[in-house]
Design a protein around this ligand. Structure first.
Ligand code: HEM
Ligand code: HEM
Length: 130
């Protein structure tokens, strides 16, 4: 086993990262129901789309064309996305990145995840009906 970790540089790296990340999310009972019971997503179809997102964000490819913000706002209308959910999501994301990769892009991935999660939480709070 080679213990020296590489950075994220290819589509294959992103797919490896996402497969490992979603494995963690789906085995965590505090959050997996949102994927399996609320959104009922087909992971086989979902992984390539989120890989497109991260390939766009990290590797400067213009391959993601959906509105990720609206998708999460709609999701929040179906089931509340709480601070705790975001903490869990980010914990698994960061642990997955750190378990597999090391480098500037790995660091950027964690920073961008936190930025997007922060914006999502602000938008969710603003949407809250009085
Ligand atoms: C829900 C969707 C998204 C949200 C809420 C979001 C939010 C943000 C925020 C808050 C920043 C500034 C903070 C930081 O530098 O970490 C940022 C930077 C950036 N985002 Fe996004 N982002 C989203 C999607 C995307 C997508 C799909 C791309 C891919 C094209 C992207 C590419 C970038 C880039 C390149 C920067 C750095 C800009 C710079 O530093 O000059 N983002 N994003
Ligand atoms: C509380 C935290 C979060 C939960 C529970 C969550 C859950 C979900 C679910 C259930 C979907 C599928 C929605 C659908 O297709 O109907 C989804 C899609 C997605 N999520 Fe999240 N998410 C969270 C945070 C984030 C964050 C912070 C990011 C980005 C940094 C992100 C990126 C994405 C992307 C790119 C998609 C694909 C959207 C598309 O189909 O174009 N998620 N998420």
């Amino acid at each position: 086993m080679n213990n020296i970790k590489r950075d994220i540089t290819t589509r294959e790296d992103i797919e490896l990262l996402m497969n490992n990340f979603y494995e963690r999310l789906l085995t965590d009972e505090n959050i997996n129901y949102i994927f399996t019971d609320v959104a009922k997503i087909d992971m086989k179809a979902h992984i390539p789309v989120i890989a497109d997102f991260w390939e766009s964000v990290l590797l400067h490819k213009n391959v993601y064309h959906n509105n990720a913000m609206k998708i999460h706002m709609d999701l929040n209308d179906k089931t509340s996305l709480t601070q705790n959910h975001f903490d869990i999501w980010l914990k698994h994301f960061n642990n997955t990145v750190d378990g597999l990769f090391e480098g500037v892009t790995a660091l950027l991935a964690k920073q961008r995840a936190k930025s997007v999660a922060t914006v999502m939480q602000i938008k969710i709070a603003q949407n809250k009906k009085p």
